[in-house]
Design a protein around this ligand. Structure first.
Ligand code: 4AD
Ligand code: MG
Length: 429
């Protein structure tokens, strides 16, 4: 019987006629003569009205039980969506056990909801977030493909750190130890010599020991690399991809944004050009705000929050000192103490979403900097090798897709935008 059902959204649109619907019991109220069930499917919710005398056996139906029902659609301004169904027959039921989540009673970010994550992902809130996430990923692919980038697929098992050894996850790989990748950057750098403009969207892994609002141990990383390009070229791609994603979400996901209570003005403002703030200016701004920060210090999470609260659209923060950025960043030839690096910070206090810049493209300069950073050139033998055969200036970045989604939906915590988040304490469900 479930084969003939129509989506709830389609039923709300029609508003009349006899149809079959299928879904899950989202809410239930038993009144004197009627049972009201709010039925949910992947497209929305609709109120079902069942005469109590005819459907006595459904009075004790638990939330999340599955149903297929047939009946007449009727316009009813007081019902969600303005339409309800007067049920004539219940064609199929799967009775659920008492449901452990009462959506009204739980705090949205409690540990409990992470324990029952396999169930909580059915909630209307998670439904909306996951639909927006779907649109975000699709829009990233669309942007890169439309702009002449090839999608490539680097390995996840790797043997040398990209972003510092401290956050590498070790994996037993037959008789040796390898690592899970922190970034596909070095592989993208290898791939530009055949394809010139490349991108990938893949998980990255970091053994981040602290539980923060914006760190996961497994996150989705959209990375790109372009040959014949300086830092500014990468900045333009960063502005392009973020504004495209936001535009797409505003276009396709108004209903979900509304359901989540997201203010859309900050999203509407995210159009290029973003603000440009040099590291030097940022230190100045932060000192005036009372932060104890000197030139050469890293810009931490609190500083980023303070900076990004002042601006009504994303900020490109550029020109970081050599020692706060990884070894592969090219130093500015006119000012060697700073690198041709940049971060993009999201407004409203969200902070860093992109890290990138221009890479060192000469072998001697790279080997020298690897040593200066106390690393072993042998660990980077093939990365250095790339500089031996027709190396060219090139730039790229990595964008944290979960962080971008977090800002778009206005979530307090990065965990809220991932179906099964992984952090220092949690690997199940
Ligand atoms: O700034 P990061 O460390 O830069 C790189 O990994 C470069 N190799 C990327 C490149 O140039 N191809 O990371 C890039 C972005 C950050 O700006 C942040 O958005 C995200 O990845 N990110 C995380 N997101 C969630 N949880 C974590 N633990 C993250 N670490 C980084
Ligand atoms: Mg970074």
């Amino acid at each position: 019987p479930y084969k003939v059902a129509i989506p709830i959204q389609e039923a709300l649109r029609r508003g009349e006629g006899k149809v079959t619907l299928r879904g899950w019991v989202h809410r239930k109220r038993v009144l004197k003569e009627k049972i009201f069930i709010l039925l949910r499917d992947s497209t929305g919710v609709i109120q079902l009205v069942l005469p109590r005398d005819k459907f006595k056996d459904l009075e004790d139906l638990n939330l999340e039980s599955a149903l297929v029902v047939t009946g007449a659609l009727v316009k009813e301004p007081r019902a969600p969506g303005g339409v309800e169904m007067h049920v004539a027959s219940v064609d199929w039921v799967y009775r659920g056990e008492p449901y452990p989540i009462n959506e009204d009673a739980v705090v949205a970010d409690s540990e409990y909801l992470l324990d029952v994550r396999h169930l909580w992902i059915r909630s209307r809130k998670m439904q909306a977030v996951l639909k927006i996430r779907h649109t975000v990923f699709g829009a990233i692919h669309e942007y890169f493909r439309k702009n002449g980038f090839y999608e490539v697929h680097p390995p996840m098992f790797i043997t040398a750190a990209v972003e510092g050894g401290a956050t590498l996850f070790k994996v037993q790989y037959f008789d040796k130890i390898v690592y899970l990748t922190q970034s596909s950057q070095f592989y993208l750098e290898a791939l530009i010599y055949g394809l010139e403009k490349v991108y990938t969207i893949a998980p990255s892994f970091r053994a981040e020991p602290s539980r923060t609002r914006r760190h996961l141990t497994e996150f989705w990383h959209a990375e790109m690399e372009i040959a014949w390009a300086g830092m500014e070229d990468a900045v333009l791609v960063g502005e392009g991809v973020i504004s495209h994603v936001v535009e797409k979400v505003l276009d396709e996901r108004q209903e979900e944004l509304r359901l989540l209570g997201r203010r859309i003005e900050p999203l509407e403002k995210a159009k290029p050009p973003f603000y440009r703030v040099s590291y030097d200016e940022a230190v100045d701004i932060l000192q005036k705000k009372g932060f104890e920060i000197g030139w050469g210090d890293d810009i931490g999470a609190d500083e980023e929050r303070a900076l990004s609260q002042d601006f009504d659209k994303p900020i490109v923060l550029y020109g970081f000192p050599e020692k706060v950025k990884a070894f592969y960043h090219r130093n500015n030839p006119r000012r060697p103490e700073v690198t041709l690096s940049f971060d993009v910070l999201l407004p409203e206090g969200y902070g860093e979403v992109i890290g990138g810049g221009e890479r060192i493209y000469q072998a001697e300069e790279l080997i020298e900097k690897i040593k200066r950073f106390g690393l072993n050139p042998q660990d980077y033998w093939w990365y250095i090798d790339l500089r031996r055969y027709g190396s060219v200036p090139h730039s790229g970045f990595g964008l944290g897709v979960d962080r971008l989604t977090m800002w778009i939906v206005g979530a307090d915590h990065i965990r809220d935008v991932v179906p099964f988040p992984r952090d220092v304490r949690r690997t199940a469900p």
